[in-house]
Design a protein around this ligand. Sequence first.
Ligand SMILES: NC(=O)c1ccc[n+]([C@@H]2O[C@H](COP(=O)([O-])OP(=O)(O)OC[C@H]3O[C@@H](n4cnc5c(N)ncnc54)[C@H](O)[C@@H]3O)[C@@H](O)[C@H]2O)c1
Length: 289
Amino acid sequence: MSRILVTGGLGGSGRWIVDRLAEEGHEVLCVDQRYAESERENVDVRVADLTDRGDVFDLVGAFDPDAVVHWAAIPDPLDHPGGEVFENNVVSTYNVLEAAGRADARVVWASSESALGFPFAAETPAPDYLPVDEDHPLRPEDPYGVSKEAGEALARTTVRRHDVPVVSIRPSWIQYPGEYVCLGNEPPEEGVGNFWSYIDVRDIAAIVVAALDADIEGHEAVFAVADENYADRETTELFAEQFGSVPEPCDLSGDDSSISNAKAADLLGWEPAHSWRDAADEDVDEPTV
Ligand SMILES: NC(=O)c1ccc[n+]([C@@H]2O[C@H](COP(=O)([O-])OP(=O)(O)OC[C@H]3O[C@@H](n4cnc5c(N)ncnc54)[C@H](O)[C@@H]3O)[C@@H](O)[C@H]2O)c1
């Protein structure tokens, strides 16, 4: 049993992470900017604005966690002013990672596939090669993507300064069982921003657990993405249709995801367990915080 502080633990995907960690018997402190009464004995909820450095240092110092899962952010640049997205995400990531480092706590945090720069680009460029992996350049042109790229720079700084391991998880588009909004028969141009990739929220909770357990030194960034695209088409066919050609080199077959999850498998021993084919209409219990 460990003491784990989870930021953004009342959010859409954060709830599933808190639920999973609590099920595994950890003592969880869930920090969010609003309050909800916990239904679990081993979960406490605290309200804080993570951009307030004093509050973050107080909370982390008092809880003295073994690990911090930093999941809070404004998760896209469309429904908030860009400057607010950048400021909220970067300042909160600085505060949380710096406080975790001072507490000698390992960190797992939510970066994003958006750090690549494709999802919110005015005009989606084709990737340099396929599948996209963690060596692909990051070229964000929007405030959300660059907030995640900056967060990864802060992750490396935290490692240098405090010598704690930090894993930057880069989720693809997160989907919820029974409520998938990406569907096999969508028009292909709608999914071009992340090249028709996605991840089930239960696989997100699982990769967070795997990253907390992994024997890692320093900083590692890993994509969290399902094995296949959600378009139910050959991936190269989708690229040819949308971009006029398939980026080369290309090592994809069938409906393989255009973003690779091989590093997550090698480094963390994690593989996605859920596919849109079953999960889109699956009936599962809501997570309990
Ligand atoms: N949803 C996706 O498809 C997706 C994909 C890639 C990465 N991510 C990342 O995963 C994480 C969770 O995404 P989500 O979709 O569950 O988002 P969400 O908006 O549902 O949850 C985010 C939570 O963070 C909290 N939060 C934000 N700023 C805060 C602050 N300053 N202080 C305290 N709490 C704050 C919010 O109150 C909210 O509960 C985010 O970091 C996001 O960038 C999401």
